[in-house]
Design a protein. Sequence first.
Length: 142
Amino acid sequence: MGMLKEFKDFAIRGNLVDTAVAFILGISFGKIVSSFVDGMVMPLVGLLTGGNDFKENKWVIKQGVEAVKDAQGNITTPAIAEVAVKYGVFITNLIDFIIVAFVVFLVIKAINKLKKKQPAEAPAGPSSTDALLMEIRDALKK
């Protein structure tokens, strides 16, 4: 029973809930950025680079070959898949990452700026016990 209570305390703790909310918002924000890049940025980049879908850009190292069949439909030569470097998908994902990283940087910068503006708490004075001990110390010095 103790382990169940400990897990409940852990799950309800504020930091875990805050982290879960941040994770869900981050996933949603990532989808928004991906749709922005895929639907608005990359068509413009594709138009500037030749008018095709940029995600389809690739460097073909070895052409693929279709399967060869005889008259009965039996495969005589198996198909060979194309070998290609798909740099268009990589560049699109890189742009997604740069946008998300920049926005996270701006959010952290704003949070740090707000933290600096908050006045620092004045150090608490000595407790009554400490004050009494200091008076005794000072009286013994005399």
